[in-house]
Write a protein that binds this ligand. Structure first.
Ligand SMILES: Nc1ccn([C@@H]2O[C@H](COP(=O)(O)O)[C@@H](O)[C@H]2O)c(=O)n1
Ligand SMILES: C[C@@]1(CO)OP(=O)(O)OP(=O)(O)OC[C@H]1O
Length: 159
């Protein structure tokens, strides 16, 4: 069995007048993330981790933020396409572990729904999907609630 590791990181700015999408689900909050797509920062970090593990460049290389096709796109579509890209090299997800950095909203209540959603999109068992959250103790841009960042690590496997 061939096993490879990958890492992803992403940041999006919090603004008024946008929906907050994280881990494929919509969360009620007074601010949302700004981006060319729905700006689901967690999914973007996961896509980059998967692409990095397969040595297939990064999310912006496959899905440019200048393309009308990706304007306001649901990031779950990008994740599905990313899974197809790694499958073209014979890989599927082993497991993933991610951390969302956000002062607010509280992420913990939403983790079960995010896990169910990502497991469905990535065609894997929920036990292979770990999602965690932390504040940055009011420090930095996440602490000032100017943005949300996400880190993701994945293992991909080829039988
Ligand atoms: N947006 C967040 C941030 C944190 N959590 C949960 O709270 C715990 C404590 O956070 P600290 O930053 O003070 O360490 C953290 O371990 C998470 O369980 C959260 O749900 N949403
Ligand atoms: C997802 C894409 C494509 O819509 O755009 P954004 O939503 O701006 O997100 P980002 O993480 O900056 O980069 C990848 C993009 O090309």
């Amino acid at each position: 069995m061939n096993i490879r590791v990958g890492f992803g990181f992403d940041v999006h700015k919090l603004v008024e007048g946008r929906e907050l999408w994280l881990g494929g689900i919509k969360i009620d909050h007074m601010l949302g993330l700004l981006g060319h797509s729905d700006a689901d920062v967690l999914i973007h970090a996961v896509c980059d981790a998967l692409l990095g593990a397969a040595n297939m460049r990064d999310i912006g290389w496959h899905f440019p933020d200048t393309s009308p096709e990706t304007l306001n796109v649901d990031s779950k579509i990008l994740l599905r396409k990313t899974m197809q890209l790694i499958a073209s090299k014979g890989y599927k997800l082993g497991n993933m572990d991610a951390t969302i950095c956000a002062e607010r909203p509280k992420i913990n209540p939403h983790v079960p729904a995010m896990k169910a959603c990502l497991a469905d999109v990535m065609d894997t068992d929920e036990d292979n999907i770990s999602i965690k959250a932390t504040t940055t103790e009011r420090l930095g841009f996440t602490g000032r609630e100017e943005g949300i960042s996400a880190y993701a690590t994945v293992l991909i496997v080829k039988e």
